[in-house]
Design a protein around this ligand. Structure first.
Ligand SMILES: CSCCC(=O)C(=O)COP(=O)(O)O
Ligand SMILES: [Mg+2]
Length: 230
């Protein structure tokens, strides 16, 4: 069996509770979105996102469309990039602070200290990922990660996305351990040849997925895969 060289981590439901996203982050971006679209209308990111929204639903009201996608938790690129922009002010002002699962900072530090490479793969935009780990309740953890992959790589339920991440990292797929709460993401990573483990978080009510290893926290991942512990 190949040794693990890189650990690739999902965020929501894996390192951060789903309730933090649904009850804190989504209401925040929903609240500031109308002002943000008006005040940052000339920002290239906003222009691209608005064009993508128009292409997805011609003639729609962008604010209403974004709200609808948020309520349905759609993992669509224009929503994710605009949410990232909206949360920036909240994190930088101190109004938002990411509530990581308590087992996460110590495991990440132990893995990093032992020389394991760490990267994030989340539907949230790469800039939103940096904000979450930059303004977490355990301080700034961004230096622990070598890369932040988002939907620009491709969807998380598609095997090709994981092959692309392995190619960009210069690591064989079987040397990557992917951690996620979502069965379809784990299946796609398995299809690409990665090792996988499902985080079954009691707080999130995660349903165990057949055919994959499971752990209730990152310490449990360490035990199963014989990785360093803090
Ligand atoms: C990293 S941004 C906050 C969460 C978010 O918007 C999201 O879509 C997370 O999805 P994940 O792929 O991390 O489950
Ligand atoms: Mg997730």
């Amino acid at each position: 069996m190949s040794a693990i060289r890189l650990i690739l981590l999902d965020i929501e439901g894996t390192t951060l509770p789903i309730s933090f996203v649904k009850d804190v982050l989504f209401p925040y971006s929903d609240k500031v979105m109308p002002d943000l679209l008006r005040e940052k209308a000339s920002d290239p990111l906003v222009k691209v996102a608005l064009a993508d929204i128009e292409a997805a639903n011609p003639g729609c009201d962008p604010v209403a469309q974004l709200h609808d996608w948020t309520v349905r938790d759609e993992k669509v690129a224009p929503l994710k990039s605009l949410q990232g922009l909206a949360w920036k002010t909240g994190f930088e002002s101190g109004e938002l602070k990411a509530r990581l699962y308590p087992d996460v900072p110590s495991a990440l530090r132990a893995w990093h200290k032992a020389g394991l490479r760490l990267a994030v793969y989340s539907s949230g935009s790469a800039s939103a990922q940096r904000l979450l780990y930059g303004y977490s309740d355990a301080g700034d953890l961004t230096d622990l990660f070598e890369a932040f992959y988002d939907l620009d790589i491709g969807g998380k339920k598609i095997a090709e996305s994981y092959r692309e991440i392995a190619a960009r990292a210069g690591v064989a797929p079987e040397e990557i351990l992917f951690l996620s709460d979502v069965g379809a993401e784990l299946d796609a990573a398995l299809e690409a040849g990665l090792k996988v483990c499902q985080l079954v978080r009691a707080e999130d009510g995660t349903q165990p997925h057949a055919g994959v290893r499971q752990a209730i926290d990152l310490a449990g991942v360490s035990r199963q895969f014989e990785l360093p512990v803090s």
